[in-house]
Ligand binder design. Structure first.
Ligand code: ADP
Ligand code: F6P
Length: 319
C-alpha cells in the first residue's frame, strides 16, 4: 500500500483532530502518502480530497471539532453514491481509508470495503456506543463537560432547594448519562438500557428530602425521553416542581482531555499499521487497557456491551 486517505464522519467528537494528526504523521513515518478527505463520505463522493503533509496537522492536537470537517451523507447509503466515491478513490490512487467516526460511519466503511477498499475504523463518538472497544474518542471529554455542568447546576439547586432534571446526549446509549450520573452524584439516572419506574424516582426524592437534602439531581439520557417530558410527568402526576437543563451540543465541543488525546494518538497510529500490514478492513479499539484491532463485523453483531454493574453501583450509592 502506497497511498491512504483519512476522513472524519458522523457526529464530531473532541479528539478527532488528534486522531487525524496521528494518522497523517504515522503514515508519513511509514513512508506512505496520506490524503485528507473533507466533509466525511460527502467529500469522498465530491472528490474533496487533498494530499496532507506533516505541517498540515500541526497545532490541532488540542483543538475540538475536526479540521477535516464532518457530515452526515445520505447519498453514501446508496449504491450509486458509493460507486461515485470509489471512482474518486481510484482517480486519486488511494488504496485504503482510515474512517474516524461512530457506528454509522463504520457501516459506511463496511460497504466501502465490499467494493475492494480496505478500511481501518477508529471509534470517535461521545456516545461510547461501539461494541468491541471499552472507550471511544471524545467520551472522556464529553463526560468532563457534563460533570462540570452538573456541579454548577448543583450550586443553584442547593441555594434554591430545587430538583433539577439534566438531559444528556448519547443517542440510544446510556454510557454518558450513567458515568456522568455516577461521577456527579446524581440521585437518579435514567438510561435506555434499563427500564425506569416513576414510583421509584419519587421514592428516592422523598427519601432525600426526609434526610434533609436540599436539592436533587436527576440525569436523563436523551434515549429515554426528553427532560421536559419527565418534568411534565413529575409535575402532572405528583405535583413536583422541577427545573430542566438540556446540555445539548456543548457536550460535543471543547479541547479534548489528555485521555482522549492519548487514545486518539494510539488508535490513529494503529489504524495506519493495520492498513500497511494487512490491508484488511478492521476496527481499532481498546480492551482491558490494550489497543487492539478486531473484525469490523463484531461492531454490528450482538447486544450492546452495557456495564450493568456500574448501574447497580449508581443505585447503591444514591440510596
Ligand atoms: P455516526 O458515525 O456518528 O454514528 P451516522 O450514523 O450519521 O453517524 O453515520 C455517518 C454516515 O455514515 C452517514 O451519514 C452515512 O453517510 C454513512 N452510513 C451510515 N450508515 C450507513 C450504511 N448502512 N451504509 C452506508 N453508509 C452508511
Ligand atoms: O452521536 C453523537 C450525537 O451527539 C448524539 O449523542 C446525538 O443524539 C446526535 O449526535 C445529535 O446529532 P446532530 O448533531 O446531528 O443533531
Amino acid at each position: 500500500m502506497k497511498k491512504i486517505a483519512v476522513l472524519t464522519s458522523g457526529g464530531d467528537a473532541p479528539g478527532m483532530n488528534a486522531a487525524v494528526r496521528a494518522v497523517v504523521r504515522k503514515a508519513i513515518y511509514e513512508g506512505l502518502e496520506v490524503a485528507g478527505v473533507y466533509n466525511g463520505y460527502q467529500g469522498l463522493i465530491d472528490g474533496k480530497i487533498e494530499l496532507l503533509q506533516l505541517g498540515s496537522v500541526g497545532d490541532i492536537i488540542q483543538r475540538g471539532g475536526t479540521m477535516l470537517r464532518s457530515a452526515r451523507c445520505p447519498e453514501f447509503t446508496t449504491v450509486e453514491g458509493r460507486e461515485k466515491a470509489l471512482k474518486q478513490l481510484k482517480l486519486h490512487g488511494i488504496e485504503g481509508v482510515v474512517v474516524i467516526g461512530g457506528d454509522g460511519s463504520f457501516r459506511g466503511a463496511m460497504e466501502l470495503s465490499k467494493l475492494g477498499i480496505p478500511c481501518a475504523c477508529v471509534p470517535a463518538t461521545i456516545d461510547n456506543d461501539i461494541n468491541g472497544t471499552d472507550f471511544t474518542i471524545g467520551f472522556d471529554t464529553a463526560l468532563n463537560t457534563v460533570i462540570d455542568a452538573i456541579d454548577k447546576i448543583r450550586d443553584t439547586a442547593t441555594s434554591h432547594e430545587r430538583t433539577f432534571i439534566i438531559e444528556v446526549m448519547g443517542r440510544n446509549a446510556g454510557d454518558l448519562a450513567l458515568w456522568a450520573g455516577l461521577a456527579g452524584g446524581a440521585e437518579t439516572i435514567l438510561i435506555p438500557e434499563e427500564t425506569y419506574d416513576l414510583p421509584d424516582i419519587l421514592e428516592r426524592l422523598r427519601r432525600g428530602t426526609h434526610r434533609g437534602k436540599k436539592h436533587s439531581i436527576i440525569i436523563v439520557a436523551e434515549g429515554v425521553m426528553s427532560a421536559s417530558l419527565l418534568a411534565e410527568k413529575l409535575n402532572v402526576e405528583e405535583g413536583i416542581d422541577t427545573r430542566v437543563s438540556v446540555l445539548g451540543h456543548i457536550q460535543r465541543g471543547g479541547s479534548p482531555s489528555a485521555r482522549d488525546r492519548v487514545i486518539a494518538s494510539q488508535f490513529g497510529a494503529r489504524a495506519v499499521e493495520a492498513l500497511k500490514n494487512g490491508g484488511k478492513t478492521v476496527a481499532i479499539g481498546m480492551k482491558n487497557h490494550q489497543v487492539a484491532e478486531y473484525d469490523l463485523a463484531r461492531v454490528f453483531d450482538g447486544d450492546s456491551e452495557f456495564e450493568k454493574e456500574m448501574y447497580t453501583l449508581s443505585k447503591e450509592l444514591s440510596i
